[in-house]
Design a protein around this ligand. Structure first.
Ligand code: 3H9
Length: 698
């Protein structure tokens, strides 16, 4: 008898329960157990109807992702599903938690589905670079129609029980899981309701069969943001097979598509990213069992762009916020922006119409730092200079409650130094959010020298609670993300002095898959900030300085490295900039040369990887995958390339080290010399992944 799946009988109802923590994934053992129990229930003459349900926190959350890429083990999921669907006795899936991927596919092979009201149902395979490989693309359109099926399969986001009920994905919302499922089976039996096998029911496909534009329009809408990705398009094709082909042929084509994707580099990268994100939750060097401190209220200092965005993130997750400013006017402005942001989202249908008011009600806007007293976590998002930060933390010592975690949102300043201005350095850490903070998922959690383990765990836990992806990093200038970005910035600037143009550099970077190139990004951030800071420090950057001297501060002045039409954010190459660059080079006696796209890509990416290697060597990041998480969720690194360190492995570390050494010599730039760790791994024929595996094993 199976260890992970059990069959019990309650009178005439057979209950098949999967119990394979943490998420009841469909490992070979679970597949085998379901098959065995369904067969046994069918064979038992006392059983007239069957409930398939799960123990623990969730219904089956999908195939076991760790099995992908390994030799397949029987039974195949499709065979298990055929057994369920062919059962002469009704099989009802009783769903709680998240029925995802293969889990929903199991439920779709059942004749009926019921769920508790908190349940979520979805086919998120595209997020792993896959398409549903066990009939999901064929059965879901038959259950809910091709339009919603495309939305769920190509978009990958789950729907709630209410929407599932409205669209015929489930029959009923039940109160208690076990009793609800069982009662539903008894009702079916009493009513002698015929079995509904989705494979045989084409009724919801009729409209799209008659008018294919219903399907193609849905696909066009859902693939708008899928640039560079393979899976959403393959998944859409697979839904098309449901409309165009008989069920069995569609199933076969779906399987072919799935097998192709599972072996693709993109899916490997996306699966890696899935586990990297989860690995980042495990904090190195913290005693096992360390509990987070309770956080019932958060105080945020500063209602500017960052403070406001951070406050919104907490309110979005239902956490009450005290938002603190130094004056009424700044506070009013900050509160107004948040309200407007939420109202715009509600107008687009992104959140319910009553959400803006509810979320605003969670934010208590006040003037004066002395109001931090009831907060369990204080996040400072004030002006970015050490003197101001120290003053603020000094005051926090006086006003914050004992044991409150005191976080700075600085993007590069030394947290150890900030911590010195309090008498409780053990409570101080960094929580570096990325702009716009209510949208970007990354939160770099900066562990300072004296940060207490439970303070660190608190920050990671609360970051997850507000749907951020935390990555724990150490103290250094710019932490992980901005420190690596600085290397790219340095090279992009140098490339202009050698003959490349901003639009050429940016085009290479966006073609690689980044959302924006370095120059468009500078225009967005504003060129004047760097200009002023260079002036203060007596540093020159001839081209950037010349742009600022000409009043070109970036998007906000309608021109920077590019020009912008009124009201547009689209960067347009500007001949004036080309002229300005030419004149600057002439003045400096620099010779232009043709810079190839290949060189641009190498000089944009390899110095970042080199810096990543230094970051690992110094222990600023505990794992290469933590660096990848930073880039995936803070900078829009294309998920299908896994992150810079993962990508570096695929390029080959020896090649990268050799090219860096070459450019160091060619461009007379010692900062490009390969880092000792990179050199060592390259010489030993190793990868960052092998380094991570070695340190995990140690
Ligand atoms: C698929 O189904 C293909 C089929 O169409 C075709 C087949 C032929 N496998 O996220 P958490 C682990 S593709 C293996 O922290 P939460 C996870 O690594 C799959 N392991 O919890 C972690 O381990 P650890 C389609 C898995 O409560 C632990 O479980 N399904 C899997 O925040 C807890 O995870 C998906 O894409 C898995 N499928 O969120 C769903 N799932 O503790 C993927 C989780 O050692 N999963 N683990 O770090 C999720 O989205 C979330 O895990 C879930 C729970 C929402 C379920």
């Amino acid at each position: 008898m199976s260890e992970v799946v059990k069959l019990e009988r309650h009178d005439e109802v057979g209950i098949v329960t999967v119990n394979s923590p943490p998420v009841n994934a469909l490992s070979a053992a679970v597949r085998g157990g379901i098959l065995e129990c369904i067969k046994a229930a069918i064979a038992d003459p006392a059983i007239k109807g069957i409930v398939l349900t799960c123990a623990g926190r969730t219904f089956i959350a999908g195939a076991d992702i760790t099995e992908f890429g390994k030799p397949p083990k029987p039974p195949a999921l499709n065979d298990v599903l055929s057994e369920i669907e062919n059962s002469p006795k009704p099989v009802v899936a009783a769903i709680h938690g998240t029925a995802l991927g293969g889990g929903l596919e199991v439920a779709l092979a059942c004749h009926f589905r019921v769920a508790v009201k908190e349940a979520k149902l979805g086919l998120p395979e595209v997020k792993l670079g896959l398409l549903p490989g066990a009939g999901g693309t064929q059965r879901l359109p038959r259950a809910v129609g091709p339009e919603l099926a495309v939305k769920m399969i190509v978009g990958g986001d789950p729907i709630g029980a209410a929407e599932a009920l409205k669209n015929g994905l489930i029959e009923e919302i039940v109160e208690g899981l076990a009793s609800g499922g069982e009662a539903f089976v008894r009702k079916l039996l009493a009513e002698k309701r015929p079995l509904r096998r989705l494979r045989d029911d084409d009724s919801k496909l009729a409209a799209a069969k008659a008018d294919r534009s219903i399907f193609t329009n849905a696909v066009a809408a859902m693939t708008k943001k899928s640039r560079g990705l393979e899976a959403p398009f393959a998944a859409a094709d697979a839904v098309g097979y449901a409309i165009d082909l008989p069920f069995d042929e569609g199933l076969k084509k779906e399987r072919e598509g799935f097998l192709k994707l599972v072996a693709s580099d993109q899916s490997k990268a996306q699966r890696y990213a899935f586990f990297a994100e989860r690995e980042a939750n495990k904090i190195a060097g913290v005693p096992e069992g360390t509990k987070p401190r309770p956080v019932n209220r958060v105080a945020i200092l500063g209602a500017g762009t960052m403070g406001g965005g951070i406050a919104m993130s907490f309110a979005n997750a239902g956490v009450p916020v005290t938002l603190i400013e130094t004056g009424e006017e700044q506070l009013k402005r900050g509160m107004g922006i948040m309200q407007k942001n939420w109202e715009a989202t509600a107008a687009r249908g992104g959140i319910p119409a009553d959400a803006p008011a509810k979320r605003m009600a969670l934010i208590n806007g006040v003037v004066g730092i002395e109001n931090v007293g009831d907060a369990d976590l204080v996040i400072e998002a004030v002006f970015e200079t050490m003197a101001v930060k120290k003053e603020v933390f000094g005051k926090l010592d006086q006003y914050a409650k004992p044991g409150a975690v005191l976080a700075s949102n600085t993007s590069y300043l030394n947290i150890d130094e900030i911590a010195k201005s309090t008498k409780r350095p053990q409570d101080v850490l960094g929580m570096h959010f990325f702009s716009p903070a209510n949208v970007m998922k990354l939160c770099e959690i900066v562990r300072a020298d004296k940060t207490a383990p439970d303070a660190l765990v608190t920050a990671v836990t609360i970051a997850r609670k507000i749907a951020k992806v935390p990555a724990v990093v150490g103290v250094c200038d710019g932490f992980v993300g901005n420190r690596m970005l600085a290397q790219r910035g340095k090279q992009s600037e140098k490339l202009l002095f050698e003959g490349a143009l901003p639009q050429q550099v940016d085009a290479v970077v966006t073609k690689f898959g980044m959302p924006m190139g370095p120059f468009a990004m500078s225009d967005l951030a504003g060129l004047d900030i760097g200009w002023r800071s260079r002036k203060d420090r007596g540093i020159k950057s001839e081209i950037a300085d010349a742009l600022c001297e000409a009043g070109r501060f970036g998007q906000k002045t309608g021109k920077g490295y590019y020009k912008y039409e009124q009201g547009s954010r689209a960067p347009l190459p500007d001949p004036d900039v080309e002229k300005l660059i030419d004149e600057t080079l002439l003045r400096l006696g620099r010779k232009k040369r043709v810079v190839s796209d290949e060189e641009i890509l190498e000089r944009m990416m390899y110095p970042m990887i080199n810096e990543g290697a230094k970051i690992l060597e110094e222990g600023i990041a505990a794992r290469p995958s933590d660096i990848d998480v930073v880039w995936l969720y803070g900078y829009g690194w294309p998920i299908y390339r896994g992150g810079p360190m993962f990508w570096a492995d695929s390029v080959g570390l020896k090649h990268i080290a050799d090219r860096l050494a070459f450019y160091a010599k060619e461009t007379n730039d010692p900062s490009l010399e390969p880092a000792p760790l990179l050199k060592k791994l390259a010489a030993e024929g190793k990868t960052f992944a092998s380094l991570a595996a070695e340190s995990k094993a140690a």
